[in-house]
Ligand binder design. Structure first.
Ligand code: PEP
Length: 246
């Protein structure tokens, strides 16, 4: 299966910085063996839509409302994202779960809204350090995925899943390839029980993936790509991860 490398810019960027980053990424695009996307803040969707037009880079968003439309000040709907050519949308990132108290049920609804609009949700799951130390990793990620499976039924094979151990995000600490593979295998097995098309779901690893650890992580049988935070903001770093995804 073709790997996917998706950059999560988080709340970073400016018109000028985005243009420079995109220019550097697009210069390299003819060499890519995998799918590549950038998930940008909503204010920059229009700019980046223009820059990726006709290229191999796909546009992504970082969140979507669980509601379709209406009196939800500050929210952005899946239909609005679709208007700007968004192909992927991150849902349930640990920063949203933590700072915005997003529940498993909310994350599942967001995935449903994205799918209904023809956008592929990148559903994030992952345990905190305390949960890992308490031996709860599998229980936590299975519970998080179960909510999305429950709400999305047979559409579950249309999602992208991202395993992002919270303790590895932005910390420089990465799960070892074996630790990550073990959790990816658990998630794959859970997907297989839910859908006969589970083998086509890409399961990304996220959490301090960088130029030097990407190849070993991406060589694992159930790691089908990466969700990249910090390293997605520097073209050479992001492009070396893309180059490792063959
Ligand atoms: C992320 O925010 O999804 C992420 C993986 O961040 P980082 O690569 O910076 O750990």
């Amino acid at each position: 299966m073709k790997k996917l490398i998706a950059g999560n810019w988080k709340m970073n960027g400016s018109l000028q910085a985005n243009a420079a980053l995109m220019y550097a990424l697009l210069l390299d695009a003819s060499d890519w063996a995998c799918d590549v996307a950038v998930c940008v803040p909503p204010t920059y969707l229009s700019q980046v839509q223009g820059l990726v037009h006709g290229s191999r880079l796909d546009l992504g968003a970082q969140d979507v409302s669980e509601h379709e439309a209406g009196a939800f000040t500050g929210e952005v709907s899946a239909g609005m994202l679709k208007d700007f050519g968004v192909r992927y949308c991150i849902v349930g990132h640990s920063e949203r779960r933590h700072y915005h108290q997003e529940s498993d049920a909310t994350v599942a609804l967001k995935a449903q809204r994205a799918l209904a609009a023809g956008i592929t949700p990148i559903v994030c799951v992952g345990e905190t350090l305390a949960q890992r130390e308490a031996g709860l990793t599998e229980e936590v990620v299975k519970r998080q995925l179960a909510a999305v499976v429950h709400t999305n039924g047979h559409c579950i094979s249309e999602i992208v899943l991202a395993y992002e151990p919270v303790w590895a995000i932005g910390t420089g600490k990465t799960a070892s390839p074996q630790e990550a593979q073990q959790v990816h295998h658990v998630l794959r097995t859970q997907l297989q029980a839910a859908s006969q098309h589970a083998d086509r779901v890409r399961i990304l690893y996220g959490g301090s993936m960088n130029a030097s650890n990407a190849a070993a992580l991406l060589a694992q049988p159930d790691i089908d790509g990466g969700l990249i935070g910090g390293a997605a903001l520097k073209a050479p770093d992001f492009l070396s991860i893309v180059a490792a995804a063959r």
